[in-house]
Design a protein around this ligand. Structure first.
Ligand SMILES: [Zn+2]
Ligand SMILES: [Zn+2]
Length: 239
């Protein structure tokens, strides 16, 4: 039972961090389809630091490069170039290689200079992850805490890999681009699985297009918009 509970905690962390990645890092920061108020942005950054250790400007820069060179030689993670299995299982290293190349942020993240919070805390990704591991071990005990943490980290990395690998290989292509739409992938990635729609209209804050599409990050954006703490800039196929 305790093992199941720990895995559920890990899965919950993954789902919330995937939601924040999609709504804030992807739709907000990389594509500027939505902007969030400063107060909520701090908590999004804090949560992403604690659960992913990702540097926001590097994530946005690598992703913008992916859009600029989709499925060509210069795409940081193209299944058309190196095969979907390789992207699925080595996405973490493919990402790191692009993120660690200073030219990536220089070229694609010019507008995202680090602020004092980045310099003080958020750029130290390992510290955020260690803090979360420590909190989980403190609450659940050493082994169950490590299980929850390990489950979360592996799930988050695998789901990110699936969007780049599966989401450019299997599924439907209603619009003319190399990405695909998959309901099941969208269901576990807060809407990222509507990747064909996204490549068709990268600056749209909404990825799902039909009423039954499972686009959780879009639902979060709509709620925050209603609460007056976000501003949706673009929806639909305006480019
Ligand atoms: Zn893509
Ligand atoms: Zn994108």
């Amino acid at each position: 039972m305790n093992v199941v509970f720990s895995i559920l905690i890990g899965a919950l962390l993954t789902q919330i961090s995937t939601l924040c990645t999609s709504a804030y890092l992807h739709r907000g920061l990389a594509h500027k389809a939505v902007s969030f108020n400063g107060s909520i942005v701090f908590f999004l950054r804090l949560f992403l630091w604690l659960t992913t250790g990702v540097r926001a400007r590097e994530w946005a820069a690598v992703h913008r490069k992916h859009h600029a060179f989709t499925d060509t030689d210069n795409d940081p993670h193209s299944p058309a170039q190196i095969g979907w299995l390789r992207v699925q299982f080595t996405n973490f290293w493919l990402y790191k290689r692009a993120a660690n190349d200073p030219r990536t942020v220089e070229r694609w993240g010019k507008d995202l200079a680090p602020d004092r919070f980045d310099k003080l805390l958020f750029d130290k990704g390992w510290l955020g992850l260690l803090t979360t591991a420590g909190i989980l071990c403190g609450c659940l005990g050493l082994w169950l805490g490590l299980l929850a943490f390990g489950f979360h980290v592996v799930s988050y990395v695998m789901l990110s890999g699936a969007v780049n690998a599966v989401g450019h290989t299997f599924g439907s292509r209603p619009s003319d681009n190399s990405a695909t739409n998959l309901h099941w992938l969208a269901a576990v990635t807060s809407g990222e699985g509507y990747h064909n729609n996204h490549h068709d209209a990268p600056t749209s804050a909404q990825f799902g297009r039909r009423w039954f599409d499972l686009d959780a990050a879009w639902w979060l954006i709509k709620v925050t918009e209603k609460l007056g703490i976000s501003d949706v800039r673009k929806v639909g196929s305006q480019k």
